[in-house]
Write a protein that binds this ligand. Structure first.
Ligand code: HEM
Length: 237
């Protein structure tokens, strides 16, 4: 089932483009319809347990605080956010490590710093937007009520006022704050899971293939929302 879920997720997020073809839009609609039907039957058969889906289900059926559509929308958000961003974060990180001739080691403190720096240096999500709900003035900029604002998170990660040598990959950088998981009210709900997945995958990959090296310089997807690789060709031995 996970292959099917990934395919639906890929088709849904392919909508996040500057201009998406009619065929892509149709695929995205079809994928969200299929995903919704899957969730409906999944919810029907799901036994109560101590997990997020059971809690959402109980909010709907016992307390009538959430609708079925809201559950489906939240699960689609969770699934797409969790699947796509993490996949590209792992690919971008392996590429950065290979390109910078660095590897994932065994020292926990060093690994923590390394994970932060990988997230700062080469994140999968660069851009989110907001709408001003009232007139806002930030330094010399005036945002009128209703105007749309692009937040360039990845550019913030390279702010020379905050980060010394911002364009260099420094695996031992001690500064931990960066914007790759967002900030404020919408800070990434899956931040701990995202870091854990990155840690575990790098640990396991480097344990299995300690001599990993780059076979060919990869290129990035021509994508608006996610910054990730088309493919990554490596030599394992
Ligand atoms: C490396 C992987 C990930 C990155 C780089 C990432 C990044 C982000 C960012 C930048 C935001 C803020 C969006 C905004 O300000 O509008 C966000 C929100 C969110 N993320 Fe992640 N994320 C990752 C993994 C995950 C995972 C694994 C999950 C869940 C399984 C997840 C679930 C969410 C959800 C539900 C939100 C929306 C939170 C809200 O609007 O209140 N993310 N993520």
């Amino acid at each position: 089932m996970h292959t099917q879920l990934s395919e639906w997720s890929n088709n849904m997020v392919s909508m996040y483009q500057i201009s998406s073809s009619y065929e892509k839009k149709l695929l995205a609609v079809k994928a969200s319809e299929n995903f919704s039907s899957y969730i409906k039957s999944f919810l029907k058969n799901k036994k109560k347990s101590n997990d997020l889906i059971s809690h959402l289900k109980s909010l709907k059926y016992n307390q009538k605080k959430i609708t079925l559509d809201q559950i489906i929308a939240n699960l689609i958000l969770l699934f797409n956010a969790g699947n796509e961003a993490t996949t590209h974060m792992i690919g971008n990180s392996i590429y950065t490590l290979l390109d910078k001739k660095y590897s994932y080691g065994t020292n926990n403190k060093e690994n923590e710093q390394l994970i932060n720096e990988l997230m700062r240096y080469n994140p999968p999500l660069h851009f989110f937007s907001r709408f001003a709900k009232e007139k806002v003035i930030i330094e010399d900029y005036v945002f009128e009520n209703g105007s749309s604002i692009g937040l360039l998170l990845a550019a913030g990660n390279r702010d020379p006022k905050i980060f010394k040598r911002p364009n260099d990959f420094l695996p031992n950088r001690s500064q931990i704050n960066n914007l790759s998981l967002g900030i404020g009210e919408h800070f990434c709900l899956g931040s701990h899971l995202a870091r854990l997945e990155l840690k575990i995958s790098l640990k396991e990959i480097y344990k299995k293939f300690p001599n990993l090296s780059l076979k060919k310089k990869p290129s990035y997807l021509n994508s608006y929302h996610f910054r990730g690789l088309k493919e990554l060709k490596v030599k394992a031995f």
